[in-house]
Structure formats: structure tokens, C-alpha cells
Design a binder for this molecule. Structure first.
Ligand code: PEP
Ligand code: MN
Length: 339
């Protein structure tokens, strides 16, 4: 349930009402002070809340029941876009376009540092690289684990690029202390115990949509993280399983527009895993701009034929340079046209 307060309501008045509602109905109240309005989000069993008596407060503009099962993720609770600010000041969700680029897996020091320097020169704002790899086969390369994270940190020290890397088990949380954004991969989107642990951190989480999960299930996974207190969640559409076999997955662009409408969270697209085909990265990235994406995550490898994972879908730093130029040009043109 949300209680929208009238314009001009002071913080003290809002807090007074909040306490009253918590006391009277044993609900949790989350206050959100936006530029245009103040909203109190009531969580818990709100059936007993007497709407007329809440409306009787003269600071209350209106009261709405929120039907959707996701609450903190819901745009009704937080009408303005969430903007996530990283340690280096980089903002995600503020209308700019962030490109996260790097290899599927961190394979060695030279590899990750060379790629980091190159993608930075081409305009990437963050570096990706898997240290813990969820592979279909137990015999395939599983990642360099803690050493992989150390190498990412070296690349960060060398280039200043914030780093994004995947966590597969809550057991490893301590290793991620200096990671800027923790990625939850598609295969772990409904690992609820992991999500709850990540919800206790004060660190952005990049939550990838599961291979066969609905939009609502994805939003509920984000709710798991937010319900524990961590409000810094970025959603990622990375393609879903369909009957189509030409592409590795099917990029669901409507999900991006829907995530933006139903939630206030930043949304990014992963055209590399969605398509599994290098030439589709540019057109899918440009198309993503049209549905309001806040960022892209693109796999870049210095030697794709010899990559230890996902070489077939990776592009070289040179190709990334040309692709990024065209994506940023398209972004500037679109922003100018839609101003
Ligand atoms: C990855 O980013 O390398 C990855 C494994 O992605 P996903 O979880 O989307 O398959
Ligand atoms: Mn990959």
C-alpha cells in the first residue's frame, strides 16, 4: 500500500504519520522523499489499514493498494528513477549510457590488463570479467576464482575502471569486498538464499534475468535483494530460451521497456549472451537504446578463437572500438531527436 503525501509536507510531518501507521497497524513503513512528492510505502499485512482514517490526515493526498507482489521494486513506491553512484562517481540510471566491456572469463594478468586499457580508450565505463564461471560442463574452464578477482583489481588499479564480476555462492562473498558491482548470473537468478545475502550488502548488484524466467519473476528476485535493505539493484535482460535456434537466446526487448515502466531500477542489456553471435551485438545494442536502456554489457576478448569461454560470441577490442563509436553516436542522435 502506498500513501502519497501532499506537496509541501515537511519531513517531520511525514515521519509523524509514519510512526503512527507503524504503531497502529504493525506494518513497516518506507519513506521516499522525491523531488515532486513524498511517498510512504507500507509493507506487511496492510489489509487492516483503514484507508478512510489515513485519508483523514490533511497531509495525505491519496492512498493506493499495490496489487503487484513486488513492492520496493515497484515504481508506485518510488516514482523517480533510481540512480546508482559508484565509488568513482560514475552514475548508472541517470539517462547516460554506460558500457561494461571485457572478457567472459579473466584468463591472466596480461589478458585482462590489455583488454581493460583498450576498452577504456573506446569509451567503456566499466570492466567485466568472470572469475567464477557457471559452465554447463563440469570439465570446462571454471574460472580463476580468487586469483581472477585479484587480477580484476589490478586492472582496476591500472585503468581506474570499476569492475563487475559474477558471484556463484554466498560462501565467496568476502572475496567480493572490493568489487564495484556484483553480478548474479542468469543461472542463479532464483538462488534466493544468495539473493538474501546480497541484500545485506551495501553494494550494487547486477541481476541477470534467468534463462526461462518471466518479467514478474525477475522483479521478485530484485525484491528479494531490496527487501533485505540493499536498494542498489540493476536489472539485466540477457535473452531468454525460446524455440528459435539461430541465436543462442532470444533478446526480449519488450522486457526492457516493461522493467522501466514497472520498476524504478536501472536496466541494462547483454547483447553478447542474448545473441551468441558477434555481428548481432551492434544492431541489438542500437535497438536497446530505443527501449530506454541505461547500459550494455559486451564481451570483448583480445584473441576470441583461443578464449577459454564464450570466444564465439566475443568481439576483438578493435571491433569493440568501432561498435562503441556507432552505439554512442546512435545514443546522441536519439537523445537529440527525442529531446
Ligand atoms: C556471463 O556474463 O559470462 C554469463 C555467464 O552470463 P549469463 O549469466 O547471462 O549466462
Ligand atoms: Mn560469457
Amino acid at each position: 500500500m502506498i500513501v502519497v503525501l501532499k506537496k509541501g509536507t515537511t519531513k517531520e510531518q511525514a515521519e509523524q504519520l509514519s510512526l503512527k501507521l507503524q504503531d497502529k497497524y504493525s506494518v513497516t513503513v518506507n519513506s521516499w522523499y522525491g523531488e515532486l512528492s513524498t511517498v510512504l510505502g507500507l509493507l506487511g499485512d496492510t489489509h487492516k489499514v483503514d484507508i478512510d482514517s489515513v485519508l483523514a490526515w490533511d497531509i495525505v493526498d491519496n492512498v493506493k493498494r499495490v496489487q503487484e507482489p513486488y513492492k520496493k521494486v515497484n515504481r508506485a513506491f518510488h516514482t523517480e528513477n533510481t540512480i546508482i553512484t559508484l565509488e568513482n562517481g560514475l552514475k548508472i540510471g541517470d539517462g547516460s549510457l554506460n558500457i561494461i566491456a571485457g572478457p567472459c572469463s579473466v584468463e591472466g594478468e596480461e589478458q585482462i590488463i590489455e583488454i581493460a586499457k583498450k576498452v577504456k580508450q573506446s569509451g567503456a565505463t566499466m570492466l567485466r570479467g568472470g572469475a567464477f564461471k557457471p559452465r554447463t560442463s563440469p570439465y570446462a574452464f571454471q574460472g580463476l576464482h580468487a586469483d581472477g578477482i585479484d587480477l580484476l583489481l589490478k586492472a582496476k588499479a591500472e585503468t581506474g575502471l570499476p569492475i563487475v564480476t559474477e558471484i556463484m555462492s554466498a560462501e565467496h562473498i568476502d572475496l567480493f569486498e572490493n568489487v564495484d558491482i556484483i553480478q548474479v548470473g542468469a543461472r542463479n537468478m532464483q538462488n534466493f538464499e544468495l539473493l538474501k545475502r546480497l541484500g545485506k550488502l551495501n553494494k550494487p548488484i547486477l541481476l541477470k534475468r534467468g534463462l526461462a524466467n518471466t518479467i514478474e519473476e525477475t522483479l521478485m528476485s530484485a525484491e528479494y535483494i531490496m527487501s533485505e535493505g540493499n536498494e542498489q539493484v540493476i536489472l539485466c535482460e540477457r535473452g531468454i530460451r525460446t524455440y528459435e535456434t539461430y541465436t543462442r537466446n532470444t533478446l526480449d526487448l519488450s522486457a526492457v521497456a516493461i522493467f522501466k515502466k514497472l520498476s524504478h531500477l536501472p536496466v541494462i542489456v547483454d547483447p553478447s549472451h542474448a545473441a551468441g553471435i558477434p555481428w548481432l551485438i551492434e544492431p541489438l545494442s542500437v535497438a536497446s537504446l530505443g527501449v530506454g536502456v541505461d547500459g550494455l554489457i559486451i564481451e570483448v576478448h583480445n584473441d576470441p578463437p583461443h578464449a577459454l569461454s564464450d570466444g564465439a560470441q566475443s568481439i576483438t577490442p578493435e571491433k569493440f572500438d568501432a561498435t562503441a563509436k556507432r552505439i554512442f553516436a546512435a545514443k546522441a542522435a536519439l537523445d537529440a531527436a527525442l529531446k
